[in-house]
Write a protein that binds this ligand. Structure first.
Ligand SMILES: [Zn+2]
Length: 436
């Protein structure tokens, strides 16, 4: 516990996590999987981890589809002509070069669209206006994301020629939020874009006039042949049980609109700095700390699956995995995933985190988006829940930039990750036998 206190004090004083976010946003910036920025990000991460003195640094290949955004414009043609601020959703196909002009049919939710009769949208543009609400834990995101992923397929089933959605975001600024969408096999693939929240409001106000609202949409994304991205990995070798691994994850890729500061430069900064602070302690921890900067999270958790596959023989040696992918806010809650009888084993973690204002609460930790395949085969996970009240104001927008990061909050989150990782790497207890 004395070491935990030392780590906490050092981490709260350190600017290292912020400097790392500053470095990746300034020297790399946008790093959409498969783009030239992604290639630069891999080189940046390798060089950064080596310069920070990790024992080993290596990369692993991740084959990915290469999608590029191209250009996107939209405008209302009738009844009151006005331009609209939009962006394509990730994976969307293009419109014809001259665009698509059609009347808009609006639905409040994905469920309402899915209840519309067959062929009822023939030749129309479907618009879905589901709103996301603000929560500290970000749970509203999961509730609204099915609209983003599924609206185009539901609209195509009913004959629509294109789809527009309200941005999945909590802001009222004129930044559309991108994000991944999916087509369904056997259905026509129709283009889909997100309107910024104020533009969605504008479209809805024009629709309320009761006259036909027609929109012209032009999108030019392309999907190229498969490319290769890389997950970047670095280790601090354990002094006694180097084969046992505490995994600290974040994802290296970002969307292309902003500079990937909150998503997920912050996570890269937090886990890299946390591991570095542990390395700087007088004594190495008993077990190995492994930092994994996953490739291609945004476009479908590709790097997380590739890691679980490549390391499947080694997964039973992973004593804990946790991923930082929820911005730069303060950690307010530690969530576990343990059978009831073994929940007391979280006690040392909770005690060490209390001085940071973090409470032990909840037993349904998911650990992080890239850890799903590992969790499914029994790798123990913990979640350090960061305050996400304003995370979805800038998430997946052009406004995801360094100025949104509060260095003091980021240092607090870094301290929490450092403490958790050190306790798991040094402690006598073993969360593995309690894993579900
Ligand atoms: Zn992310």
């Amino acid at each position: 516990m004395a070491t935990a206190a030392l780590l906490r004090a050092t981490a709260l004083d350190s600017r290292l996590s912020f400097q790392i976010v500053e470095s990746v946003t300034t020297e790399v910036g946008p790093r959409l999987a498969g783009s030239p920025g992604d290639v630069r990000a891999v080189a940046w991460a390798e060089a950064k981890l080596k310069s920070l003195g990790f024992d080993t640094v290596w990369t692993e290949p991740v084959p990915i589809p290469a999608w590029e955004r191209g250009e996107g414009t939209a405008e209302i043609l009738t009844p009151f002509p006005q331009p609209l601020t939009i962006t394509a959703l990730g994976n969307s196909v293009a419109t014809p070069p001259m665009g698509i002009e059609a009347e808009v049919v609006a639905f409040p939710t994905l469920e309402a669209l899915a209840a519309a009769p067959a062929d009822s949208l023939k030749g129309r543009i479907a618009y879905v206006g589901q709103r996301m609400w603000r929560t500290q834990d970000g749970s509203a995101y999961g509730a609204v994301v099915p609209m983003r992923s599924g609206a185009a397929a539901e609209a195509a089933k009913r004959g629509a020629v294109a789809t527009l959605i309200r941005s999945v975001g909590t802001d009222t600024h004129r930044f559309p939020h991108t994000g991944m969408m999916r087509y369904e096999a056997g259905l026509p693939q129709i283009p889909v874009a997100a309107l910024s929240n104020p533009d969605a409001d504008l479209l809805e106000r024009q629709l309320r006039h009761g006259k036909p609202v027609t929109v012209r949409l032009r999108l030019s994304p392309t999907t190229g042949p498969e490319r290769q991205s890389r997950t970047v990995i670095a280790e601090i070798r354990g002094r006694e049980r180097p084969e046992e691994i505490v995994l600290l994850g974040a994802h290296l890729d970002s969307w292309d609109l902003g500079t990937g500061a909150i998503d997920d430069g912050a996570g890269i900064g937090i886990v890299t700095a946390a591991a570095t602070l542990i390395r700087d302690l007088p004594q190495r921890p008993r077990r190995t700390i492994r930092v994994v900067l996953f490739a291609a999270e945004e476009i479908g958790l590709v790097g997380g699956r590739a890691y679980a596959m490549a390391h499947r023989a080694e997964l039973p040696n992973h004593v804990l995995a946790t991923e930082a992918d929820f911005g730069g806010g303060r950690v307010w809650r530690l969530e576990t995933r343990l059978p009831e009888a073994r929940r007391p084993e979280a006690k040392p973690f909770a005690t060490a985190l209390l001085p940071l204002g973090i409470a032990l609460d909840g037993n349904e930790a998911h650990g992080g988006p890239d850890l799903g395949p590992m969790r499914a085969v029994g790798v123990p996970v913990l979640t350090l829940a960061q305050d996400g009240s304003d995370y979805f104001d800038v998430h997946h927008t052009a406004d995801d930039t360094l100025d949104k990061i509060d260095p003091a909050a980021l240092a607090q989150a870094t301290a929490a990750y450092a403490i958790i990782a050190w306790l798991a790497a040094e402690g006598e207890g073993d969360l593995r036998s309690g894993a579900e």
